[in-house]
Design a protein around this ligand. Structure first.
Ligand code: 5GP
Ligand code: ZN
Length: 113
């Protein structure tokens, strides 16, 4: 079966897309954990942060920049927000296409989970 986030990036599975360009897609999480819960993914399939190499440095910087731009656009600049990349079993990663969670709109506990 094809990777679910590759399918969302290709539009063969629908999602509420908040932003997209040639390299990155940002869409709302199907099971939101905060009033704003957006997943920011590269179109390129990279399984997890464990698979990042020098070749991905610019792309990963872009994921963070787009996360911050979306947070600003959606009104979370002042109160703040959290950007999380779950990696591997202890972090509870369940989709193996790298994604940054942008969480905002409520006070977020620390430490997480
Ligand atoms: P992880 O647990 O891997 O860090 O996060 C995976 C996230 O993907 C979860 O928050 C889950 O709700 C979300 N998710 C899983 N399947 C879909 C889907 O088909 N559509 C959308 N929009 N989100 C999904
Ligand atoms: Zn994928």
């Amino acid at each position: 079966m094809k990777c679910i986030f590759c399918s969302i990036a290709e539009k063969s599975i629908p999602a509420k897309v908040e932003y997209e360009d040639t390299e990155v897609v940002a869409f709302h999480d199907i099971n939101p954990q905060a009033p704003t819960h957006i997943l920011v993914i590269p179109r390129k399939h990279i399984a997890s942060l464990r698979d990042i190499s020098q070749a991905h440095v610019e792309l990963m910087g872009k994921l963070l920049k787009i996360s911050s731009e979306l947070a600003r656009k959606l009104g979370h600049e002042e109160r703040g927000y959290r950007v999380v990349i779950n990696t591997g079993p202890d972090a509870g990663q369940s989709v193996f296409h790298i994604h940054a969670h942008l969480l905002a709109g409520r006070s977020l506990g620390w430490p997480p989970g």
